[in-house]
Ligand binder design. Structure first.
Ligand code: ZN
Length: 445
């Protein structure tokens, strides 16, 4: 049983309003949010009162793109320490992610409430290699294999379906058709172009950098069937393609129109290029660097042996240099700005686990900073609260401070709706009405 508490004099960001609601009272009991009202100085019978004068109360953040099995379960409290109370795992071995989801749900493990997609549904040519990544892949060799493979995932209780890079259009569209909106389908697309998937009815796209790349680059810079992400030149070529991209070209315009018309969710992961903004020196001096989980550091150590001794071995993405990508990042931010402005949907995601830096949880704070540049502070906050919750079909549980939702929320000593870096002034993370202080969470990591 969790306590009954009334939070008074809160500055409330409820996840859906355009700004703060001042002097609000929020009740919680049995792990859920109760009445949310203006003013109210009386304390209901049986409730403890907490005065939040000067502080903000806002929904726990949602990261729509994580790889929890690559992080290690002992590092899961990192998410809560950064204010991320829910996360969607978009690629991991089915048994492992289901196990994490249930142990977090029953309180055995401390971590964000997990939504899982199970494995990356890939084509016959594996898009990733190596001992950490291979167990995350599930090949779907032909359209005829879809009912058994995808049917089994749905029967196992996944929350979504994730299409991966080497799926050809015939198989990708067959999966979308087979799922038939029973669950949200998203894709880190490659061999299938995003316009084909949008036409077929996909619900989300992952990575501004990759999934819509072919709609934005010059025609002679496109990649297609046979492209490989394991080839380092793939990444440098796509960065160049983005730098030179014309966001007003014909295919790009068609992409924006289709995304808006079909209300497809664009998962951002702008943080993949965070180091191009901070610079490698900035990243190496960044206090978040010491939060890189042990499992990730060990994986990086093995990669470092192959790439030679370098001081940034722990944060280096083997596939591109930190000095690259600033021009591409600007274009990615411009894409999110234009999509948002035109009535499309942007949701925040980070790919934490798959990349070493920025670390889990804190990578979403970086993401929000990058999104805030293009969508404003409130737009960025919505993309990681109410909008993300709607995408996960859980707006009546998380992402919005309203009566009946889970008491997953943050107490911040600042105002993130005017400056998102104030999220760093997080004091308490409430999960299902249970308070976790910043010092408690820091001690766990
Ligand atoms: Zn990913």
């Amino acid at each position: 049983m969790t306590k009954k508490i009334i939070f008074q004099k809160a500055r409330l960001f409820d996840g859906i309003s355009e700004g703060l609601r001042e002097d609000m009272s929020v009740c919680i009991s049995d792990g859920k949010i109760g009445q949310v009202v203006k003013g109210r100085s009386s304390v209901p019978e049986g409730y403890d009162a907490i005065d939040l004068a000067g502080k903000c109360l806002l929904p726990g953040l949602i990261d729509t793109h994580v790889h929890a099995t690559l992080i290690g379960e002992e590092a899961l409290p990192l998410f809560l320490a950064a204010g991320v109370t829910s996360a969607r795992d978009v690629g991991g071995a089915l048994g492992a992610v289901l196990d994490l989801r249930s142990r977090i749900a029953d309180g055995t493990l401390l971590g964000p409430r997990l939504f899982v997609c199970g494995p990356l549904l890939d084509g016959s040519t594996p898009s990733l290699g190596g001992p950490a990544f291979e167990p995350m892949l599930q090949a779907v060799p032909a359209p005829g294999a879809v009912p058994e493979i995808v049917g089994n995932l749905i029967a196992a209780g996944v929350d979504g379906i994730k299409l991966y890079f080497s799926l050809t259009p015939d198989i990708a569209t067959e999966i979308i058709r087979f799922v038939d909106k029973r669950l949200p389908v998203t894709g880190h697309l490659g061999w299938t172009h995003s316009l084909e998937a949008i036409e077929a009815g996909i619900d989300g796209l992952e990575h501004v950098w990759i999934s819509p790349y072919n709609e934005f680059c010059a025609l002679d810079m496109q990649f297609g069937v046979g492209a490989s992400m394991m080839d380092p030149t793939f990444w440098t070529k796509t960065l160049k393609g983005w730098e030179e991209a014309d966001l007003n070209a014909g295919l790009a315009t068609q992409w924006f129109d289709s995304m808006v018309e079909k209300q497809v969710h664009m998962g951002s992961t702008l943080d993949l290029l965070w180091t191009s903004r901070s610079g490698i020196d900035g990243a190496m001096k960044d206090p978040d660097r010491k939060l890189i989980p042990k499992v990730v550091r060990e994986r990086q150590r093995a990669i470092a042996e192959q790439m030679g001794d370098r001081p940034d071995w722990d944060i280096h993405n083997w596939f591109f240099e930190a000095s690259q990508g600033a021009g591409a990042l600007e274009k990615h931010q411009e894409v999110t700005r234009l999509l948002h402005e035109r009535g499309g949907i942007v949701v925040g995601g980070t790919d934490c686990g798959a990349i070493p830096f920025p670390p889990p949880g804190f990578s979403l704070l970086r993401e929000i900073e990058l999104l805030s540049d293009s969508m404003g502070a409130v737009g960025a906050l919505k993309s990681v609260t109410s909008t993300a919750a709607r995408y996960l079909r859980s707006e009546d549980e998380i992402g919005i401070i309203k009566e009946g939702n889970r008491a997953d929320f943050l107490i911040v000593n600042g105002d993130p709706t005017s400056d998102v870096t104030d999220l760093r002034k997080l004091e308490d993370t409430y999960v299902g009405g249970v308070r976790h202080t910043q010092s408690e969470l820091r001690a766990l990591i």
